[in-house]
Design a protein around this ligand. Structure first.
Ligand code: ADP
Ligand code: MG
Length: 689
């Protein structure tokens, strides 16, 4: 059998960047994958001889380094039943492709009909090789019903890949036909292993693959090649991971560019640190000032007596390198560069970033930014933001934001209803990136929920591995912007044309067990629920409402999201009947009408808590008497069952909403939003994001 090297060097000698069908099939057979096989015939006599050997019916296909889509121009002749038909088909192909360089005609067995599938591999600039699976024909052509996973994959990933397509029911069995799923999984794993073994493989199209009740067979195959070193630089190089605790809990902090002039960013940052009573030692560094906001200043970090754990740099971009090098020389291990004017402004800025990185590597230190708004850690009273931040409650949410102003700007309001542990803005990510911070937040004891706002992912596959580890411990909610297709990469295969950036991100997030938020409102809604309430242990929900129609909307939303209004068992029914007024029907949703009041609500919940069918609560409350619910809801021992509230027109009762939120009860504007949050918690609890 011909070796991989022989096949690829033959292609290279002929100037081909792809393998012809018979070569692909040979290669696949070598991996233990079953194909229809293919032998090249140079003459019609040879074609007949091969056909006689393999047995009729056979298929003839054009073999040419110049023909990629064989059937388009009549290059595929199916179901040839005897020598005469083979001879005629051979001649027809030869005539039809007279102007093309022919490598012969492929003779192969005619496969019996099966369920048509497509399997492919493409290379994503962020995540590397990506495996695709879907059903053939209209499913892929029209419905684009395909799913993706980043390679390498586990068996669980393959399971999810198969289940995710809408046509999964066809695979599982439909009108008596079903597909050999174990064989399909094995095939997908073998493709994954093959691509990982041969980095020269850039794209693979197996289209079609016939799936049978027993086994499967590859009917057509295309493989595109690329020198691995050409593919490598696409993945951004990364530094080895470092324990970042010192970045979040420094005992001493220098602020280079701290200012004594109100209104300057260097004033804001130092003011934030003082006002929030930073836990460690603070050193303002300013070449022109003797004191900054009453604190004695030095002209350079090198003048500071004693060790310094971390530094914030706020000086203009042109002076950053010098300030940075001085921090390095001082032995500072973590540096936050908040100054802007780097890669985001052009080549010069990019070069400064490269130099910063080189210095960081030389001095074994790590840096955040540039072009960011620093780090906040409420449990260390550390606020490095460039915008003045009001009082922050100590909380359990970790937020990673690419854009500094995004996080800093929103904190002004979000701090009323969301309690953060750590807010890290990462800016240009010239060194420390989203994955490094995520890895640390996974370890931080105060952080129980992680939110990420991302525009891109720098570390590709490592992001998936780290996120998967963190998501197994605490929920990771990601909002990824830039969903539309930007810079389209060069695409050869069908697979690559189907692999849109957003689909790949979606696959990566699913693979990692990340909860993907649709927009900002959704992300914060999820974060408020996850950070304040325990996870539901079942799908049954008791809905209590003051308006019938909103109760019904909640019930609809529950059914659409894989949960349900809990069935009232006899005992719950009896006890509810006792406490409900006669005009209130005893069903779920419980519609108490406008008479709903805090004591009644508490009693209903207390009955619900006794029922095994009820695992969580959604309560729909009147905005006009919202305040009266706060104390009553706090009295209840919820026994680990979550409660979410929905307040129509809540934006007009904002101080009451804040009171309810601060008491630990998330508030939503609509039943659909409340259900979106609750069902995300339920899915997370079930290990299925
Ligand atoms: P193309 O280069 O146009 O994709 P294919 O090899 O996929 O050519 O052939 C076109 C179609 O012909 C396939 O989708 C499949 O339905 C059918 N076909 C091709 N080869 C075989 C075979 N060996 N057995 C059965 N059907 C085949
Ligand atoms: Mg094909």
């Amino acid at each position: 059998m011909i070796s991989w090297n022989e096949i690829t060097s033959r292609a290279e000698n002929e100037g081909r960047t792809y393998l012809m069908e018979h070569e692909c099939k040979e290669l696949l057979e070598k991996q233990g994958i079953s194909t229809t096989g293919a032998s090249a015939a140079r003459s019609s006599a040879e074609a007949v001889e091969i056909s006689n050997r393999i047995g009729y019916p056979v298929v003839l296909k054009v073999l040419s380094p110049e023909v990629i889509h064989k059937s388009d121009a009549g290059g595929v002749k199916l179901n040839l039943k005897n020598a005469a038909e083979v001879e005629r088909a051979f001649n027809e192909i030869e005539t039809a492709f007279a102007d093309k360089k022919l490598a012969g005609v492929a003779v192969q067995k005619m496969a019996s009909p099966g369920l048509e599938a497509i399997i492919g591999v493409s290379r994503d600039p962020t995540f590397g090789p990506v495996l695709m699976f879907g059903l053939g024909g209209v499913f892929v052509e029209v419905l684009k019903d395909v799913s993706f996973r980043i390679l390498p994959v586990t068996e669980a990933d393959i399971d999810a890949l198969i289940r995710e397509i809408r046509g999964y029911t066809l695979l599982r069995g439909y009108r008596g036909t079903s597909v050999d799923l174990p064989a399909l999984k094995e095939l997908l794993l073998k493709i994954s292993e093959m691509v990982m073994r041969y980095p020269e493989i850039r794209e693979v199209d197996l289209n079609p693959v016939f799936l049978y009740t027993d086994g499967n067979v590859i009917v057509d195959a295309r493989i595109f090649l690329e020198k691995p070193d050409a593919a490598a630089p696409r993945l951004s190089p990364e530094r080895e991971s470092t324990n970042l605790r010192g970045l979040f809990y420094p005992e001493s902090l220098a602020v280079v560019g701290a200012s004594d002039t109100p209104g300057k960013l260097g004033w804001n940052v130092f003011d934030n640190l003082l006002r929030h009573r930073f836990t460690g030692k603070l050193y303002p560094v300013n070449i022109n000032a003797k004191t900054v906001q009453g604190v004695p200043a030095v002209a350079s970090v090198r003048e500071i007596d004693g060790p310094v754990d971390a530094a914030v740099i706020l000086v203009p971009a042109a002076h950053t390198l010098k300030a940075f090098e001085e921090c390095c020389q001082k032995g500072i291990k973590f540096i936050v560069i908040e100054s802007a004017g780097f890669a985001e402004t052009g080549e010069d800025g990019k070069n400064i970033e490269k130099e910063l990185r080189r210095l960081a590597e030389t001095y074994h230190c790590r840096f955040v930014g540039p072009n960011c708004s620093g780090i906040i850690n409420t449990h260390h009273q550390m606020v490095q933001s460039i915008g003045t931040v009001g009082e922050l409650r100590q909380g359990n949410i970790g937020l990673i934001a690419q854009a500094g102003v995004y996080a800093a700007g929103m904190l002004w309001g979000l701090r009323h209803t969301m309690d953060f542990a750590i807010v890290a803005t990462i800016g240009n990510k010239a060194d420390i990136n989203e994955t490094d911070i995520l890895e640390y937040l996974g370890e931080d004891d105060f952080v129980e929920v992680v939110c990420m706002y991302l525009e891109d992912v720098k570390s590709g596959r490592r992001f998936i591995d780290v996120a998967r580890d963190v998501a197994a411990k605490k929920p990771v909610i990601v909002l990824k912007s830039g969903r539309t297709e930007a810079g389209k990469k060069a695409v050869s295969s069908h697979t690559a044309s189907l692999a849109g950036d957003d689909q790949i991100y979606d696959a990566a997030f699913r693979q990692a067990g990340i909860i993907r938020a649709a927009d900002n409102e959704h992300m914060f809604g999820l974060a408020r629920a996850f950070s304040k309430q325990p996870l539901p242990s079942g799908d049954g929900v008791l809905v209590v409402s003051y308006t019938g129609s909103w109760g019904v909307a909640a019930a609809d939303a529950l059914s659409l999201s894989g949960m349900k209004p809990a069935e009232l068992d006899d005992e719950t029914y009896r006890r509810l009947k006792e406490i409900l007024p006669p005009y209130v029907g005893c069903h779920n949703p419980v519609d108490c009408t406008f008479d709903l009041n805090p004591v009644q609500l508490r009693e209903i919940i207390e009955v619900g808590l006794q029922s095994g069918n009820i695992s969580s609560f959604i309560v729909i409350l009147q905005a006009e008497i919202l305040q009266s619910y706060v104390e009553e809801l706090k009295k209840i021992d919820y026994q680990g069952k979550p409660i979410l509230s929905c307040v129509p027109c809540k934006e007009f009762a904002i101080s009451e909403v804040i009171a309810l939120e601060q008491a630990g009860f998330p508030v939503y504007s609509t039943p659909e939003e409340a259900v979106a949050a609750l069902s995300a918690m339920y899915r997370y609890a079930m290990g299925n994001c």
